[in-house]
Write a protein that binds this ligand. Sequence first.
Ligand code: CMP
Length: 141
Amino acid sequence: MFKPGVLNRRHVGEIIARFEKKGLKLVGLKMMRIDNELAKKHYDVHSDKPFFQDLVNFITSAPVVAMVWQGDDCVSIVRKMVGATKPSEAQPGTIRGDYCMHTNMNIIHASDSDENAAREIGLFFDESEIFDWADALTDWI
Ligand code: CMP
């Protein structure tokens, strides 16, 4: 998910392009404004952290772009491309390493396991919004 600010900074296309160039398959994509209740569900695991309310305030502050990507080892590939949570620790060449400065505005969220991906997809997408289209490139990637 591209967090608030990515749209404003006009980086949506170039960050999506990174995942496409890697060979991942885009099967879901939507722009949305997350409400308070959904934000709290999404970040439930952080509900006891001191930064929880700031996190909820930030993610609800402007539209986000939610995506579902598919591919072998998708979660670990995407997390490598995203980089460390703290932009100061994210390697150059990663998304957080290249596009952001502060942990609380770290530009992008990526699911950290297949189980959490399934849970998060369920929070943000209806089944009818996921497209398992035939991928002619499979043999080449
Ligand atoms: P994200 O991958 O969306 O998951 C939890 C988010 O909490 C994380 O990215 C950060 O944006 C945010 N966050 C804010 N402050 C902290 C912090 N001190 N440590 C870890 N995460 C933080």
